[in-house]
Ligand binder design. Structure first.
Ligand SMILES: [Zn+2]
Length: 99
């Protein structure tokens, strides 16, 4: 398994963080530039689901929000997302608008 150490505190950087930000050189606690985004994701299936919180850099978080917004079918308040007619991966039927 690939591990990388934080350039500031020398602690190992969380593998999940490296997965999302392969070029990061700082751990979550040392990376305090700008707002961080925390995203809770549900993993596993059936009776074996678990939640994981992923901390992202602002840019990554924004990207994630855009993707999530598209998946959820909610309007994105910042920028217009073009409608995608390709619905091949329809896993959730929750198209409720909460705005
Ligand atoms: Zn650190």
């Amino acid at each position: 398994m690939k591990t990388k150490k934080c350039v500031i505190c020398n602690e190992p950087i969380h593998p999940k963080r490296l997965e999302i930000l392969p070029n990061t050189i700082k751990c979550v606690s040392c990376s305090t530039t700008g707002k961080k985004g925390g995203v809770t994701v549900t993993k596993g299936e059936g009776d074996h689901t678990y939640n994981e919180t992923i901390i992202m850099e602002p840019d990554e978080f924004r990207k994630f929000q855009e993707i999530e917004t598209m998946l959820m079918g909610k309007p994105f308040d910042d920028e217009e997302i073009p409608e995608d007619d390709d619905d091949e991966e329809e896993e959730t039927e929750d198209n409720s608008f909460l705005i």
